[in-house]
Design a protein. Structure first.
Lengths: 297, 420
């Protein structure tokens, strides 16, 4: 059991996370939050790359920093951005990481073979990684996280840059490996979540906003989500009035999905809310404020 | 061990280290090649030592003199026959432009007389040593230094003390007859400063550049390649920094060995030192300008060479660890270089900023950066601030201990620092 206890993290004067408390048992957890919310910050603390400014993170009652290599031994981690050595083949690269994970060479070789098969890179296992596409690199990253059969698998935006086919493969892979494991992954791609996560964790205003299953969060906006068709020129005024969730063109008109807390117009149709709707609703204030800022790296 | 090997591969796989190493060796060879015009003249010494040995004493001087007079007689006989002139020395002969008129003397004859002139130089210096060394007053040298640097108070007293103990050593040196040994004439060939000042100093700074490069390359390798999040979250984790320190030391030693090894191999294959390896380093023949080389220990040339090499090794490890410590804090290799250069400059400036009447000024001279500035003066009298008998040993030991502590501190600090 991995427990995050009243953890805050400051970078100098800037507070990235404030008083976060969470518990992770076995299962697949998804950190769902927009850019810059602090997902990576939380994950880096879980990977002991950065240390909480206050509070502590414990695994089975022991502080993970104190556990040191015993903790990192059961940890598999895929960073959001990770470098690789361009002249290495996946095999060489994984062998090196296995050495860093203090896995015996012979054992590592066997495991690497298995994992490359699992992520579908076995044919290119001796090709130099400089020729790899982003998705292939990402899969090498997933493979390295699994090298040491981790009890805790932490993946920071694992599906970023994967095409839909690869995403499906990734989802299956997670479901396959997640037995008896704690899997924590972050994303802001809602469709990834719906299919694999048992639990979602939403971070807002530097702290945990929601923790639970998908149905519950969707229920929060049940009954206030509508769809309507309208002319283009009425749209700007409409947007001012209601929170628009999605818009698309249909037969020369606009089909708008939106939230309305008041009595609805009879031309509107009530629809059942999706996780995406909930996400946009929850972060609507932040999205409005952020929309003209450059995207955080 | 596997991880240490992986670490070492990180630098041996990078071409920059080879490029620099080859470039530096090429520079050194060019420097050595630029000095080869003496090469044949220097061989004359070998024939002298073959005949009389390198130790200068009364019986040797008698033999040397009779040999020299004999050769001079032969020269004059030849001169008398051709021009009915005689000369007091071979030098006078060579100065007389009449002797170069066409086909008066064959090239071989002129070459022999040039050779005799060189023998003559050795002889005249050899007979003058006693007089010259009798006049050297070490305490005066100390007072001179005090005046030059305007020292007073405790600082002046320290320098006086230094030179007093040097005076005792100098008396010993003379009693041992260390100054009375043949070596390539310093005033003509300046081989001591060529080897130790020119060649060694450039090697030292070349290795310094390589050491800093190696240390920062190792310490920041993951950050440069953006693999830090992966590497430092593995089981080995931040302890990897210890493997890096180990690899840095090893590679630094290797690079030092290769650079010094190749350069010296070239040097000694160009200049034949085989006959002078055992002559004392304080030989009067070493003297180039005004300064006689007075070493604190009775060392032969070869012992001195190895002692200097040992000092270079220790200093390079010290430089490497300074860079390593900086690199555990600063993640940008260029800035690591800049900070190192700043420390280098600061340590050169520091002594000049100190009060001239207190002993603090000496403390600031005990720095490896200053130590390597004049490798030709290691273990010798070298001015007010660093003539101390154990200057080299103390500087190296104190700084090695300091750097060991700082490395321990920085690697420990690294264990607790955020990796972003
Ligand atoms: N090393 C750091 N120094 C200063 N500020 C930082 C540092 N790392 C992160 N931050 C700040 O902390 C906040 C949270 O960043 P974080 O990377 O955790 O967000 P994120 O949720 O992972 O975003 P994204 O979806 O873009 O990856 C951001 O405002 C970021 O600017
Ligand atoms: Mg992130």
């Amino acid at each position: 059991m991995l427990v995050v206890n009243n953890v805050s993290k400051n970078f100098g004067k800037f507070c990235a996370l404030n008083d976060v408390t969470l518990e992770f048992g076995n299962g697949v957890y998804c950190l769902l939050a927009p850019n810059g919310a602090g997902k990576t910050t939380l994950i880096k603390m879980l990977a002991t790359l950065i240390f909480p400014s206050s509070g502590e993170i414990c695994y089975n009652g022991t502080n993970i920093v104190k556990m040191g290599e015993n903790y990192r031994d059961i940890l598999g981690y895929l960073p959001q951005e990770f470098g690789y050595y361009r002249n290495n083949s996946p095999k060489q690269y994984l062998l090196y990481l296995a050495a860093l994970k203090l896995i015996e060479k012979e054992k590592a070789k066997k495991k690497i073979e298995e994992l490359l098969e699992l992520v579908g890179l076995i044919e290119v296992s001796d090709k130099k990684m400089r020729k790899f596409s982003g998705g292939m690199i990402q899969r090498v990253g997933v493979a390295q996280a699994l090298l040491n059969d981790p009890k805790i698998l932490i993946l920071d935006e694992p599906t970023a840059g994967l095409d839909p086919k690869e995403r499906v493969r990734f989802r299956n892979l997670i479901t396959e490996v997640s037995r008896d494991k704690t899997v924590i992954f972050s994303t802001h791609i809602v469709s990834d979540v719906e299919s694999i996560a048992n639990q979602i964790i939403m971070i807002k205003d530097k702290s945990v906003y929601y923790r639970g299953d998908i149905e519950t969060i969707c229920k929060k906006i049940d009954g206030v989500v509508y769809e309507a068709e309208m002319e283009f020129d009425t749209l700007p005024a409409f947007r001012q009035q209601y929170l628009s969730l999605s818009e698309k063109q249909e037969n020369g008109k606009m089909r708008v999905r939106f939230i309305c807390g008041e009595a609805p117009d009879e031309s509107w149709t009530k629809v059942s809310p999706s996780l995406e709707d909930a996400f946009i609703e929850i972060y609507s204030d932040a999205i409005a404020a952020d929309s003209d800022l450059p995207k955080e790296q | 061990m596997r991880l240490k090997l992986y670490e070492i591969k990180k630098i041996t796989a990078s071409p920059i280290i080879y490029v620099l190493l080859i470039a530096f060796i090429a520079i050194n060879i060019k420097v050595i090649a630029g000095n080869t015009y003496y090469r044949n003249d220097m061989k004359v010494l070998n024939s002298i030592t073959d005949r009389f040995g390198y130790k200068i004493n009364d019986s040797m001087l008698v033999n040397f003199k009779s040999y020299y007079s004999g050769e001079l007689g032969k020269m004059n006989a030849l001169a008398k026959e051709r021009t009915s002139k005689t000369y007091k020395t071979a030098y006078d002969f060579l100065e007389d432009s009449d002797n170069y008129k066409t086909s008066l003397y064959s090239q071989k004859e002129l070459d022999d007389i040039k050779r005799l002139n060189i023998i003559e130089n050795y002889y005249s210096i050899a007979v003058g040593i006693d007089a010259k060394y009798g006049k050297i007053d070490i305490k005066d040298m100390g007072d001179e230094q005090i005046k030059t640097y305007g020292l007073s108070g405790a600082a002046a007293a320290t320098v006086r003390g230094e030179y007093e103990s040097l005076a005792i050593r100098f008396a010993q040196l003379k009693a041992n007859g260390e100054e009375k040994a043949l070596f390539f004439i310093g005033q003509i060939y300046a081989m001591h400063s060529f080897l130790f000042a020119t060649v060694f100093r450039s090697m030292i700074f070349e290795i310094m550049i390589l050491s800093v490069l190696i240390a920062s390359h190792f310490a920041n390798f993951e950050f440069e390649n953006k693999t830090q999040a992966l590497a430092y979250s593995t089981k080995r984790g931040r302890k990897l920094i210890y493997d890096k320190l180990f690899a840095s030391i090893l590679v630094c030693l290797g690079v030092t060995t290769v650079l010094i090894g190749v350069t010296l191999a070239v040097y000694f294959s160009v200049f034949d030192y085989s006959h002078v390896l055992n002559i004392p380093i304080s030989s009067a023949f070493m003297q180039e300008a005004n300064r006689s080389y007075i070493s604190w220990w009775n060392m032969s040339f070869i012992q001195y060479l190895f002692a200097v090499i040992a000092i270079v090794y220790v200093c390079e490890i010290i430089f490497m660890s300074i860079a390593f410590c900086i690199a555990t804090i600063i993640k940008n290799n260029y800035i690591v270089f800049a900070v190192f250069a700043l420390i280098l400059c600061a340590s050169y400036m520091l002594p000049s900023l100190m009060p001239r009447n207190s002993n603090i000024i000496f403390a600031t001279s005990f720095s490896p950066f200053i130590l390597v500035l004049n490798p030709q003066l290691l273990f010798m009298e070298k001015g007010a601030f660093s003539t101390f008998k154990y200057y080299e040993v103390i500087t190296d030991c104190v700084w090695a201990a300091l750097m060991a502590y700082l490395c321990a501190f920085c690697t420990k600090r690294f264990q607790k620092s955020d990796i972003c």
